[in-house]
Design a protein around this ligand. Structure first.
Ligand SMILES: O=P(O)(O)OC[C@H]1O[C@@H](O)[C@H](O)[C@@H](O)[C@@H]1O
Length: 459
C-alpha cells in the first residue's frame, strides 16, 4: 500500500478509545503500521470518560508494546484525548475541530451506539474528505443494516466507508486469492465436478474473556459466521477477478454472497447450535457459559454454531459449504478444508485408495496441507495416504494493521461493501429465526472438548 505523505496526513479519531478493541487490537495494529511502514497519521482518542492527554499517551504506549522506534514515539508524543459523547452532534463538531488532517472516524463502539453516532453525524457538517470506519457486526439484522447503509450514504460516499472485518486483513485469508489464482493446478479443479464439500471451521479455545455484554447479545452465529466465515467463503468461491482493485475484488465477493443461501432452504436441518458447560481448556478451568459474569442464562445464547450453505452458481451448485465456529473448544484451529470427490475410476488391482484428496488451508495456525495418495515404498499396487505440509510465514502486519493500512491510505479493497454487508444478514436470517422459534435444539458440550457430537467429521 502507498505511504501517506505528510501534507495529507489523516487524523485517526478512535471513538470508544478506552474500550477493549482499541487497546487489544487497534493500537497494536496501528503501532505495526507506523513502526514498519512509514505511515504518517495523527491519533486522537475519544470517549465519554474523563482522561487527560498524559493518561491517554500512557495507555497508547502500553498497548503499542516495547521498542516503539522514532516514528511511533512521535505519534505517542503528539496524540491527544478529547472527552466527547459520540452520540451528541455538538460534541462531535468539537471533536472534528480538533483534527489537523482529514478525519478518519473509527467507531469502535457497540452496534447500537455506533448507529446512534451515525444519526448524530447526520447533524454535523462533515468535511468532504472524511472517512467513516464501522466495526462488525454491522447492524443487528438485515433491516437495520439496510437502514444504517441508507443513513451512512447521506454522510459520506460509499468509497469513504470502511466496514471492518479483520479476517479480510489476515494474511492467510488474503493468501486464498494467491493460492487460487496464481496456480493453475488448484483453480482448475475448484468446482462441483471435482469438489465434494468445503468446510470453514473456526475453532477457538478462548472462552468469553469478559465480553459478556457484547457476546451474550450476539452469539457464535452473528459473532463469527455472519461475518468472518461468510467473507472467507466469498474469497474461496469467487470467480477470478480481473484485478485486485476495490471494485473488481468486491464485485466478485458480493456476487458469491448474492448466490449463497442456507442449504436446500432448510435452516432447521442444516444448522446446529450449542453452548459450553464447565470444563478445562489446556490448564484453564472455565465455568459453564451460563455461569459467566454478565450472561443471561434464559437468553439461550449459543457459543457454537454450524450452518451449511450452498452457492448457487454454475461452478458451485450442489457443493455443501459447512461453516462452523465455537468457543472454549479443545484447541485453537481456524482452517478451511476442501474435500475432493473420489477418482472417476481406480484401476483394478490398485489397492488402498480409501480416502479422497483434501486441501487444508490453515488460517490460524498458518499452514497449508495437501492430503493425497501415493504408491507405498514397497508395493506398486498399494497406495498410502501422505501429507505435504507447507508452513506459511506470518504476515508482517497483524490483521488490524492491514485493515488500518487500507483505511489510512484511502483504499477500501479489504473492507466490506454495503451490499455485501446486507447479503451476509440475508443469508443467516432464516437460521436466526429458526433458532429464535426454538426449532433447533440448543445442545451442550464440555469446555475443552471438540464441541457437540456430530455425525460428520471432515477434519
Ligand atoms: O481469529 P481472530 O483474529 O482471533 O478473531 C477471532 C475473534 O473475532 C472477533 O470478531 C470476535 O468478536 C471474537 O469473538 C473472536 O474471538
Amino acid at each position: 500500500m502507498a505511504a501517506v505523505t505528510r501534507n495529507e496526513r489523516p487524523t485517526l479519531v478512535i471513538l470508544g478509545a478506552l474500550g477493549d478493541l482499541t487497546t487489544r487490537l487497534l493500537i497494536p495494529g496501528l503501532a505495526g503500521l507506523v513502526r514498519g511502514h512509514d505511515t504518517q497519521v495523527e491519533l486522537l482518542g475519544s470517549g465519554r470518560e474523563e482522561l487527560d492527554d498524559d493518561q491517554w499517551r500512557e495507555r497508547v504506549a502500553q498497548a503499542a508494546g516495547p521498542d516503539p522506534g522514532s516514528a511511533l514515539e512521535a505519534l505517542i508524543r503528539d496524540t491527544r484525548y478529547v472527552q466527547a459523547d459520540a452520540t451528541d452532534p455538538a460534541e462531535l463538531e468539537r471533536l472534528l475541530a480538533a483534527c489537523s488532517g482529514p478525519p478518519v472516524l473509527y467507531l469502535a463502539l457497540s452496534p447500537a451506539v455506533a448507529a446512534q453516532a451515525c444519526r448524530a453525524l447526520a447533524e454535523v457538517a462533515l468535511p468532504a474528505d472524511a472517512r467513516l470506519v464501522m466495526e462488525k457486526p454491522f447492524g443487528t439484522d438485515l433491516a437495520e443494516a439496510k437502514e444504517l447503509n441508507r443513513l451512512i450514504t447521506t454522510l459520506v460516499p460509499e468509497d469513504q466507508v470502511y466496514r471492518v472485518d479483520h479476517y479480510l486483513g489476515m494474511s492467510t485469508v488474503l493468501n486464498i486469492i494467491g493460492l487460487r489464482f496464481a496456480n493453475r493446478v488448484l483453480e482448475s479443479v475448484l468446482d462441483s465436478d471435482h469438489v465434494a464439500g468445503v468446510d470453514i471451521l473456526l475453532d477457538e479455545s478462548l472462552g468469553l474473556e469478559g465480553r459478556a455484554g457484547y457476546y451474550d447479545q450476539a452469539g457464535a452465529l452473528v459473532d463469527m459466521l455472519q461475518s468472518h466465515a461468510l467473507h472467507v467463503l466469498s474469497f474461496l468461491a469467487m470467480e477470478p477477478p480481473s484485478s485486485l482493485d476495490a471494485q473488481d475484488l468486491r464485485d466478485g465477493a458480493a456476487a458469491v454472497l448474492r448466490a449463497t443461501r442456507v442449504w436446500q432452504n432448510d435452516p432447521v436441518g442444516s444448522s446446529r447450535r450449542a453452548r459450553y458447560t464447565a470444563g478445562t481448556v489446556g490448564d484453564r478451568s472455565l465455568p459453564s457459559y451460563v455461569d459467566e459474569d454478565g450472561v443471561d442464562p434464559d437468553r439461550g445464547t449459543e457459543t457454537f454454531a454450524e450452518v451449511t450453505v450452498e452457492v448457487n452458481t454454475w461452478r458451485w451448485a450442489g457443493v455443501p459449504f459447512r461453516l462452523r465456529a465455537g468457543k472454549a473448544l479443545r484447541r485453537l484451529d481456524k482452517h478451511v478444508v476442501i474435500t475432493f470427490r473420489e477418482p472417476k475410476w481406480v484401476p483394478e488391482g490398485l489397492l488402498g485408495c480409501t480416502h479422497t484428496d483434501r486441501v487444508h488451508i490453515g488460517l490460524d495456525p498458518e499452514v497449508l496441507r495437501l492430503d493425497f495418495n501415493v504408491n507405498g515404498p514397497a508395493d506398486p499396487r498399494t497406495v498410502e495416504r501422505v501429507q505435504m505440509t507447507v508452513q506459511l510465514a506470518p504476515g508482517d502486519l497483524p490483521p488490524y494493521g492491514q485493515v488500518l493500512a487500507g483505511v489510512l491510505t484511502g483504499n477500501p479493497t479489504l473492507s466490506v461493501r454495503g451490499d455485501a454487508a446486507e447479503q451476509t444478514w440475508r443469508i443467516v436470517e432464516p437460521v436466526l429465526r429458526a433458532w429464535r422459534d426454538g426449532h433447533v435444539p440448543l445442545q451442550e458440550y464440555v469446555a475443552g472438548s471438540d464441541g457437540p457430537a456430530s455425525d460428520r467429521s471432515p477434519e
